[in-house]
Design a binder for this molecule. Structure first.
Ligand SMILES: CC(C)(COP(=O)(O)OP(=O)(O)OC[C@H]1O[C@@H](n2cnc3c(N)ncnc32)[C@H](O)[C@@H]1OP(=O)(O)O)[C@@H](O)C(=O)NCCC(=O)NCCS
Length: 172
């Protein structure tokens, strides 16, 4: 295992966005779907940094809280890192905050947990290195990620079974 390159620190990614009117809803707040796109993009960078595979694909976004609105003109900061790597998948935690440019104070607006899978050229999952948590926060997130994976596994198995019997007709 490449200890130095497999730390949580080595996977960290950050993205900054100034929110324009084109990203907003009729109330002048950032549209939720656009925030999800930003989250997915920064999360993928963290997963990609850890996996160092051909590509990573988003398998699920299983928890997303919109804690407070983001307004047009706000400076949005997103931070992501790998909480835990499993066999071929990685749980990435993403925190979205608004920065007050005058005071540099941050206001928490959203948190998400996104699972990415490392894949080869043909889209087949490939193994990733375990991640090494070092700080207390990283260790807590690492342990929590295992708990979330267990909850997710049950749901994923049920959804797989349902996909076999359900039709494409949603409105029934
Ligand atoms: C994600 C994907 C590669 C998984 O393929 P699969 O055939 O289910 O592969 P496996 O059953 O071997 O699972 C591979 C890993 O993915 C994880 N996984 C699969 N579905 C998952 C889900 N819904 N949520 C979280 N993890 C999931 C598995 O737990 C496994 O993790 P592990 O190797 O760490 O134990 C496949 O479903 C896929 O390509 N999906 C589309 C991805 C994509 O295009 N995303 C962009 C959005 S459109």
């Amino acid at each position: 295992m490449d200890e130095q390159h497999s730390t949580v620190f080595a996977s960290q990614a950050e993205r900054s966005e100034v929110i324009f009117p084109g990203d907003s809803n009729s109330l002048g707040n950032l549209f939720g779907g656009r925030l999800m796109q930003f989250i997915d993009l920064v999360g993928a960078v963290a997963a990609y940094r850890h996996a160092r595979s051909t590509a990573v694909v988003t398998a699920s976004m299983d928890h997303l809280d919109f804690v407070a609105p983001v307004h047009v003109g706000d400076l949005l900061i997103l931070k992501a890192s790998v909480n835990r790597a499993f066999k071929t998948s990685m749980e990435v935690g993403v925190k979205a905050m608004v920065e007050d440019p005058k005071t540099r104070q941050l206001r928490h607006v959203s948190t998400a947990y996104v699972t990415y899978v490392a894949v080869d050229q043909s889209g087949t999952p490939v193994p990733v290195e375990p991640v090494v948590p070092e700080t207390e926060h990283q260790k807590r997130r690492y342990n929590d990620a295992q708990r979330r994976r267990e909850n997710r596994a049950e749901e994923t198995a049920r959804k797989r079974e349902l996909r076999k019997v359900l039709t494409m007709d949603w409105h029934t």
